[in-house]
Design a protein around this ligand. Structure first.
Ligand SMILES: [Zn+2]
Ligand SMILES: [Zn+2]
Length: 101
């Protein structure tokens, strides 16, 4: 699951490349990883909490939502028998509320 040691088994294997940011230490770098890989290994702190910024990140002028921990990435999950999905911070795992207040 490392982006530093990347070996494609097939030359046409789809991959993603772009700006990435670590939700743990906020390090930013350009990462290359197999398409669909969600967790990128941060070259700075070594955690697997890096994520691609592009194309999901806000552009200049957009208003982005940020967790109290500083993370701007979130999962939307439905756990167990819950009727609806809940948003969780990708950085600290806290349930995120108050989106449109
Ligand atoms: Zn990091
Ligand atoms: Zn958080």
């Amino acid at each position: 699951m490392s982006v530093k040691v990347l070996e494609f088994k097939r030359p046409d294997e789809p991959h993603s490349a772009g700006e990435a940011i670590c939700t743990h230490c906020k390090h930013e770098w350009v990462a290359v990883a197999p398409a669909g890989q969600r967790n990128l290994e941060c070259p700075s702190c070594g955690s697997a909490r890096g994520v691609f910024k592009w194309p999901f990140g806000p552009s200049v002028g957009d208003e982005g939502y940020k967790c109290n921990c500083g993370c701007e990435d979130f999962f939307i999950m439905r756990r167990g028998l819950q009727a609806s999905g809940t948003v969780f911070c990708r950085g600290c795992g806290t349930e995120a509320t108050g989106w449109f207040e």
